[in-house]
Design a protein. Structure first.
Length: 366
């Protein structure tokens, strides 16, 4: 069975072709090389009147440069071009596609098809404004929820802080009472003063971490260089020679990470905390790796070391406020890290295989 022969528009007689074009809802017109309108379909004529024979830029109120671009800036064989045009008559917006039209006599005109997109543009504008309004409301609600969550934790934190401050305050008070006694040995006096200074510094650190955790803030995300961030963290960690000892600190950043939207200052605090914890665990020897790579969801940053590791019984409690195994620790560092990462919309997790590898993994959405 033979397939039906395809019939082209050029095989139609002029009256049939005009009838087809007049039946179309789109506004259609043809402009010759002399800028004069050769043809307008019924839809266009009914809207704007009969302009056949008129100069196109005069009839439509175009800038002459627009017509020059259409006639001379466009190749006779290139694909159609699209632009938007607003009618000065009624303010309606049209999408205009322009393409070359080759006549049987070898002449080349320009075929214009105008599609009314006024309603679509109005919808896009309304959608854009609604989106902005929703974004503002979401931010407002996020701020409210952020503050409420903070307030709900204040009771728990205050109780933990009172417990943490009792020891250094007791030591300072005992030292002060001993200094009041006369006479006192100069060496013993110096020892007591050193104890007071040490406990005062410890108290100051605990209060600073408490204030940082209690205040909190939503991150201000900006496109940031992840490679630069990790190098800054490495440099700060390496500057503490006593803590680093013979530990090798290595940075590896995949090329698909920069730039990434995050709050660089807050994320630097997170990585410094994790890095300092790792160095304390390593005890002056071993390796610390700071790594970052892009993922399908966004960004993954890992901080891993080959130190003694973390007991499996401690892993579920690591990010809880005031949980610590270090006598001088406050137990707020990892809670602050978790808070900052989650405020970015991300997650932080830890795995540990004693004396092999401990890894803190941060995942952030784009």
């Amino acid at each position: 069975m033979k397939s039906p022969k395809r019939r082209s528009f050029s095989s139609l007689d002029p009256d049939s072709l005009r009838a087809v074009l007049d039946s179309m809802e789109d506004r259609i017109y043809v402009v010759g090389r002399d800028y004069r309108i050769r043809f307008m379909n019924w839809s266009l004529r009914s809207d704007m009147g009969d302009g056949e024979g008129a100069l196109c830029y005069e009839f439509f109120g175009h800038d002459r440069d627009t017509c020059d671009e259409c006639q001379h800036g466009m190749s006779s064989f290139e694909p159609e071009r699209r632009r938007e045009w607003t009618s000065p008559k009624d303010g309606r917006i049209y999408e205009v596609s322009v393409s070359p039209l080759h006549g049987p006599d070898g002449s080349i005109s320009r075929l214009h098809i105008m599609r009314d997109i006024t309603e679509r543009k109005a919808l896009e504008k309304a959608l854009h404004e609604h989106t902005k309004s929703l974004e503002a409301k979401v931010k407002e609600q996020a701020d409210v929820l952020f503050r409420r969550e903070r307030l709900s934790l204040l009771g728990e934190i205050a109780a933990g802080l009172a417990h943490e401050l009792r020891t250094p305050l007791g030591a300072i008070l005992t030292g002060a009472k001993l200094l009041e006694k006369e006479p006192i040995d100069p060496a013993r006096r110096a020892m007591i003063l050193e104890l007071i200074r040490k406990e005062t510094g410890r108290l100051e650190r605990k209060l600073a971490e408490f204030l940082q955790y209690a205040r909190g803030r939503l991150p201000e995300k900006r496109p940031s260089a992840v490679s630069g961030l990790l190098e800054d963290v490495r440099a700060v960690l390496a500057s503490d020679a006593a803590l680093v000892g013979r530990v090798h600190i290595r940075v590896a950043v995949a090329p698909d990470t920069d730039p990434f939207p995050l709050d660089a200052d807050l994320m630097k605090d997170v990585l410094l905390n994790l890095g300092q914890n790792a160095l304390q665990s390593l005890g002056g020897s071993g390796e610390l790796h700071l790594e970052a790579k892009g993922t399908a969801e966004g960004l993954e940053i890992t901080v891993r070391d080959n130190g003694p590791g973390i007991p499996s019984s401690d892993l579920p409690h690591l990010f809880k406020p005031f949980f610590t195994r270090r006598p001088s620790g406050t137990g707020l560092g990892l809670a602050i890290c978790k808070d900052i990462v989650e405020a970015h919309g991300g997650r932080i997790a830890v795995t540990s295989l004693p004396h092999v590898q401990t890894t803190f993994r941060i995942t952030l959405p784009r």
